[in-house]
Design a protein around this ligand. Structure first.
Ligand SMILES: Cc1cc2nc3c(=O)[nH]c(=O)nc-3n(C[C@H](O)[C@H](O)[C@H](O)COP(=O)(O)OP(=O)(O)OC[C@H]3O[C@@H](n4cnc5c(N)ncnc54)[C@H](O)[C@@H]3O)c2cc1C
Length: 430
């Protein structure tokens, strides 16, 4: 179908209602009814990657239209990092990313590093601090990062329109035609930056995956990641009263482990270590948790049996874990040992305690799903995409960036760094 036939098709089919501008705000309409606005680049999705790509292309002199169906740009930036946006990580390397092709992210990450983003943050006078493990947060608010990106977009002459839906995308001989609620739009290059599926109420949609499939690109199975675990009613009953308790632990699943805090919640387990391991967990898998990672429990207990003979197991463990946690878990796992004096503990008792506290094998019932997941695992197969330009191999001038791709970062600012790096790389090509 050529371009004019598409217009005719849209004018005579159900999308005719959609291509008429719906905005009552005249300044929000880029297209008058009946005309087609042309841009060098249209970007769908004004999140982290879309904003980055938009200003990078705009500042190269490209005429850029940035569309989002949400009523505001960058909603996830605003809610990130507990309102302070963990915007990058000082120690970003390709090892911090999960993908069917672990090499794919290397090129973009090396061309736009955490230091490049940090230099822009500094140029804009945004105060920041390292919280821990290289994680950089705003001193003040996430909005500082969004405002910085919007200022850069303004400097690049980017036209940003929110509350806009795209109902059809059609390839032309060169470029694309889009039916949007702003009216018909054509462009030489189309960038899809619609993110993953997490937090649907913030605007997440599967649109990017659908578009990829429309153009014959493979989409790998998706699942929620960096997500809290839920436990069965039975397990929760055993952990009653622990909601809000946080403790250092090492967690392991499918050969990967993380050492950070875990947090007991009223639905199950969360906290950085559990969120991290959720990206490696499949339904039905067990997770091994060491609640005393700093101790060689067997050796310490054997020594304590001699040196603190009168201390009870409950009290001894309460000095190493919180009292509430130690006693609750003892009541669950080995209630007969709770008040036993260390002197009376056999080697078998010590072995039992070590097995439970250092190798707690837990089978979660599931996860909280996309409702609370920070990211989506899987997505568009990176084998379909150029790691240099982010163009689809089989559809020139169609680009995919950010979380919609099968690249998922660990917790700690890595997902934003991927959004910045992929957005920047693509913005230099379109
Ligand atoms: C609660 C929470 C906290 C987080 N905190 C951090 C953190 O501190 N550090 C970190 O590195 N990462 C964090 N993340 C992850 C990070 O937010 C994402 O990885 C990142 O935003 C992905 O960028 P993106 O541009 O690819 O997608 P997004 O930022 O999700 O942007 C996608 C945009 O596309 C729009 N869109 C979707 N569908 C359509 C459609 N059909 N039409 C038009 N527009 C559409 C959406 O409205 C959205 O604006 C957090 C995520 C969540 C949910």
């Amino acid at each position: 179908m050529d371009f004019f036939n598409i217009l005719l098709y849209c004018a005579t089919n159900q999308c005719s209602a959609r291509i008429a501008p719906v905005s009552t705000n005249a300044s929000n309409a880029v297209v008058k009814a009946g005309s087609v606005a042309h841009f060098d680049v249209v970007i769908i999705g004004a999140g982290a990657a879309g904003l980055m790509c938009a200003f990078t292309a705009g500042q190269r002199g490209r005429r850029v239209l940035l569309l989002d169906h949400a009523n505001k740009p960058g909603k996830k930036i605003l809610m990130s990092g507990g309102g302070r946006c963990n915007f990058t990580n000082l120690w970003t390397t390709p090892d911090n990313f999960i993908s069917g092709n672990p090499h794919f992210c290397k090129s973009a990450l090396s061309r736009y590093s955490q230091n490049d983003f940090l230099a822009m943050v500094d140029r804009h006078g945004i105060a920041w601090h390292e919280k821990k493990l290289g994680q950089l947060f705003c001193d003040d608010k996430s909005r500082d990062i969004l405002n910085m990106l919007l200022r850069e977009c303004e400097a690049g002459g980017v036209q940003l329109h929110t509350s806009v839906s795209v109902s059809a995308v059609q390839a032309q001989d060169t470029g694309f035609y889009l039916a949007t609620t702003l009216g018909p739009v054509s462009c030489a290059a189309l960038v899809v930056a619609t993110g993953g599926l997490s937090i649907p109420k913030m605007g997440a949609s599967g649109f990017g995956y659908e578009l990829a499939r429309q153009f014959g690109l493979r989409v790998l199975p998706t699942s929620p990641a960096l997500v809290p675990f839920t436990l069965s009613a039975e397990q929760l009953a055993q952990l009653d009263g622990l909601s809000g308790v946080s403790t250092a632990a090492t967690v392991r699943c499918n050969g990967v482990s993380f050492a950070e805090n875990i947090l007991f919640t009223h639905r199950g387990l969360s906290g950085p270590a559990m969120l991290q391991i959720s990206s490696y967990w499949q339904p039905g898998d067990a997770i091994d948790i060491n609640l005393l990672p700093e101790l060689n429990l067997e050796v310490e207990l054997a020594a304590a049996r001699r040196q603190q003979a009168k201390t009870t197991v409950g009290n001894w463990l309460s000095q190493r874990l919180s009292r509430n946690l130690a006693r609750r878990l003892l009541q669950w796992w080995c209630p007969h040992l709770l008040e036993r004096r260390l002197a009376d503990c056999s080697d078998k008792d010590i072995g039992l305690l070590t097995r439970h506290f250092c190798c707690w094998r837990l089978k979660p019932g599931g996860t909280e799903g996309y409702r609370t997941a920070e990211v989506t695992l899987g997505g568009i197969d990176t084998d379909e995409i150029s790691s240099r330009s982010f163009a689809a191999h089989r559809q020139p001038d169609l680009y995919f960036i950010g979380e919609v791709l099968d690249v998922t970062g660990h917790l700690g600012g890595f997902n934003f760094q991927w959004a910045w790096a992929s957005g920047h790389a693509c913005g230099q090509f379109v």
